[in-house]
Design a protein around this ligand. Structure first.
Ligand SMILES: [Zn+2]
Length: 294
């Protein structure tokens, strides 16, 4: 990929002529932005695993071996005193199974049923990027229209859903995508009290991270899919799956930033969508709950 193309994709970052990207949102800016919107800050974040894919570690992180790694498919619920916001929507079983029709992988229908109820009950839904495991819970819902009308996506996500759907059956028409709230912003943007979106193209052209500030003062940085597991961040080693087509310099810059934040700001807990052990660790430490409030 030419550096021109990379630059095109990185509104919030700088690409040097050598193709090395910078990614350095100011945590002070995110923190300040998290408190500007009127309304109470969130009180808690709950996470849920609706499915998993199991991959050899050599695909999950550069230099890995054949050890199987369980990668959950997760969604998160941000609890406010009087409502909740969903971050991503999980995926229905048919979409999950469509990834590996010959070799079924773990799927937890009871957990997805809870996500579907939480989506119904949510005041607002934020979709981090167009990939099926993040968006299918909205796209395949019986009540798609009513869910889409309370879901925020970016211009780039809208374009991907219409032009480059992750699975063929998830392709949206222009009329269908018009139901969403479509947002465009250059670097970061507060969409709810304590909830700031961070533009982070790299894993996909439309990827975003989410910074959350709770009433308690604790902060959570959901890194979404920049890393697949926390070790990608801690070891500064990217994914190594042959089917993953990422903007590698952009993702590596994000991993360096996430590692810096992780090491320098102990108030910030980092979440990673697909890391089973890290999910357990942050839950055990009390940083997230593991039951959705329904
Ligand atoms: Zn994902």
């Amino acid at each position: 990929m030419s550096s021109d193309v990379i630059e095109d994709r990185l509104d919030s970052a700088t690409v040097h002529p050598a193709g090395r990207a910078d990614f350095a949102p100011d945590v002070g800016v995110l923190r300040a932005m998290s408190t500007v919107l009127p309304g109470a800050l969130p009180v808690a974040v709950n996470g849920i695993r609706v499915a998993a894919s199991i991959r050899p570690r050599k695909f999950v992180i550069a230099g890995g071996d054949d050890t199987p790694v369980t990668m959950p498919r997760t969604a998160f619920q941000v609890m406010y005193p009087d409502c909740c916001v969903m971050i991503d929507s999980g995926l229905d079983q048919a979409t999950h199974d469509s990834f590996s029709p010959d070799k079924p992988e773990p799927y937890f229908p009871d957990q997805f049923a809870k996500v579907a109820r939480a989506l119904d009950a949510a005041r607002l839904i934020v979709v981090t990027h167009f990939h099926a495991d993040h968006v299918a819970g909205v796209l395949t819902a019986r009540n798609f229209t009513s869910l889409a009308r309370k879901t925020i996506i970016t211009t780039e996500t809208a374009r991907c859903l219409v032009e480059t759907p992750h699975r063929p059956h998830l392709k949206l028409s222009r009329q269908a995508v018009a139901n969403f709230m479509v947002l465009d912003y250059p670097v970061c943007y507060p969409v709810a009290p304590g909830l700031v979106l961070i533009k982070a193209p790299g894993h996909s052209p439309d990827s975003q991270m989410v910074f959350i500030r709770l009433q308690s003062g604790r902060e959570i940085l959901h890194s979404v899919d920049s890393a697949w597991i926390m070790d990608n961040i801690l070891e500064l080693k990217g994914k190594a799956a042959p089917w993953v087509k990422e903007d590698v310099p952009a993702v590596m810059a994000q991993l360096r930033w996430l590692k810096r934040v992780h090491e320098s700001d102990k108030n910030v807990t980092i979440l990673v969508t697909h890391d089973d052990k890290h999910f357990d660790a942050v839950a055990t430490a009390g940083r997230i709950g593991t039951e959705l409030k329904l």
